[in-house]
Ligand binder design. Structure first.
Ligand code: NDP
Length: 446
């Protein structure tokens, strides 16, 4: 066999995907663990499984034309990146944010493949979205954009082909508009999206699943050390779907959440967010679509413009906003401030330098592809319920979600244990890789 090193492999990835820095970052992070793993499992190496996994099955990009309320024509770019369907139909969210480009969606689709495998459910990996900025747009404009986006996307998806869901900028309002347009175009009521409202095939617990799952995961991590969440001070970033449900579940468990953030800065509430404050901020961010700064004004606490919350002393940290929001100096501040474990709600929120620092400091650090898998897990359960034309109760879905998170944690421990420390990042990579690799091996060269 020819010599195969991390650096030679990455040189090829960079050459074939020029300028796609987020994608390079995500591949390198996984490759660091999988290349040595394949060296010990030559059957995968000989079949060049990881090299195949570093190429998407396909990337579709398309024009999205739509009109504002003042009848101005706008042109955006839409994408669907179908990464790998070895273990099930493509599945992964849609992101509407001005930063969206091919590199970001490729990193997300690549990571999604490992995450979906970790859940144990039969779902492959994908991601999509657009550089459309929903901020400040009217409901009618959002509807027209979603309809225009789906008019092209519908050719590429289907209940057994590819089942998108939400992500940044795509919540239940957008899923409603997207599903309505798909149904009209296909003249069929098909379970082609997840995150639907309960009235048209949604699952209980889907809105809460990602954030709650992150907290269930932290409970598993603490239980290994005979600890729990009660009374712990928690720092959370973001204030969208994931951050708010993470915050809510932490409150239920007796923990104290002292920060939330958005792209303008963070609020620090040393007294902690209680049920009344939570109800207010939930309405602010998810219904009124306001700015987190208003929380500081309403409840008389500090707003730190343009800053991230990682220097606030805490026991536990939950990055729940976006990629690369936690760099090495932030990781250092967290550890100096007493942080003893991190569970990532966002996808790839930690930079490579932050990950290295945390591993060297031996801080238990659950990466997004494992910690936030509760969202796609309940999406998978939504697909199962839709196939049966039946709905499970909230309690039934919650029990299954809990079981899936426990199963993911077990895999991370099994594959990540190293002399008394659990390297959760390595555990997640190897655990996620193995099932996809076995399936690809079974298919031969395709
Ligand atoms: P939302 O759109 O509901 O919220 C995103 C939050 O992150 C907002 O508070 C937003 O602030 C903030 N944010 C976005 N971009 C930036 C930025 N560049 N800098 C600082 N803050 C930023 O998205 P979700 O809560 O759904 O997603 C959050 C993260 O969780 C993402 O990484 C997503 O991929 C991941 N995730 C989501 C899942 C889900 O089920 N929704 C499932 C698994 C992972 P602002 O309002 O100012 O834009």
């Amino acid at each position: 066999m020819t010599e195969f090193s991390l650096e030679s492999f990455m040189a090829g990835v960079v050459r074939r995907n020029p300028g796609e820095t987020e994608f390079h970052q995500a591949v390198r992070e996984v490759a660091t663990d999988i290349i040595p793993f394949e060296a010990k499992n030559p059957v995968f190496r000989e079949a060049r499984i990881f090299e195949r996994l570093a190429e998407p099955d396909r990337v579709v990009s398309f024009r999205v034309c739509w009109e504002t309320d003042r009848r101005r024509i706008h042109i955006n770019r839409g994408y669907r990146v179908q990464w790998n369907n070895a273990i099930g139909p493509y599945k992964g969210g849609l992101r509407f944010h001005p930063s969206v480009n091919q590199s970001i969606l490729k990193f997300l689709a690549f990571e999604q493949t490992f995450k979906n495998s970790l859940t144990g459910l039969p779902i492959g990996g994908a991601k999509g979205g657009s550089d459309f900025d929903p901020k400040g747009r009217s409901d009618a404009e959002i509807m027209r954009f979603c309809q225009a986006f789906m008019t092209e996307l519908h050719r590429h998806i289907g209940p057994n082909t590819d089942v998108p869901a939400g992500d940044i900028g795509v919540g239940d309002r957008e899923i409603g508009y997207l599903f309505g347009q798909y149904k009209r175009l296909q003249n069929a009521f098909e379970a082609v999206l997840t995150g639907k409202a309960l009235e048209f095939g949604g699952s209980y617990m889907r809105p809460e699943a990602t954030g709650y799952g992150v907290v269930y995961m932290m409970e598993e991590m603490l239980a290994l050390k005979n600890e729990d969440l009660d009374g712990r001070t928690c720092v959370v970033s973001g204030s969208g779907n994931v951050a708010l449900h993470c915050c809510q579940r932490l409150m239920h468990m007796g923990a104290k959440v002292v920060t939330l953030s958005d792209s303008s800065g963070f609020v620090h509430d040393p007294a902690g967010i209680d049920a009344d404050k939570f109800a207010w901020v939930y309405d602010l961010k998810l219904s009124r679509r306001g700015r987190i700064e208003e929380y500081a004004k309403e409840f008389g606490c500090d707003f730190h413009a343009g800053e991230r919350p990682w220097a606030v002393p805490c026991d536990l940290a939950y990055p729940c906003a976006t990629q690369n929001e936690l760099d090495e100096p932030d990781a250092r501040s967290l550890v100096e401030g007493g942080c003893r474990a991190i569970a990532e709600g966002a996808n790839m929120p930690s930079t490579p330098a932050a990950m290295k620092f945390l591993a060297e400091a031996r801080v238990p650090h659950m990466p997004g592809k494992a910690a936030n898998a509760g969202g796609v897990a309940v999406s998978g359960l939504e697909m199962s319920q839709n196939s049966q034309r039946f709905s499970w109760t909230r309690g039934e879905v919650n029990t299954k979600l809990h079981d899936i998170i426990r199963h993911i944690h077990e895999q991370c421990v099994r594959h990540g244990e190293e002399s008394g420390f659990i390297n959760y990042c390595r555990g997640a990579n190897i655990g996620g890789y193995t099932k996809v690799a076995e399936a690809m091996l079974a298919y031969g060269v395709v």
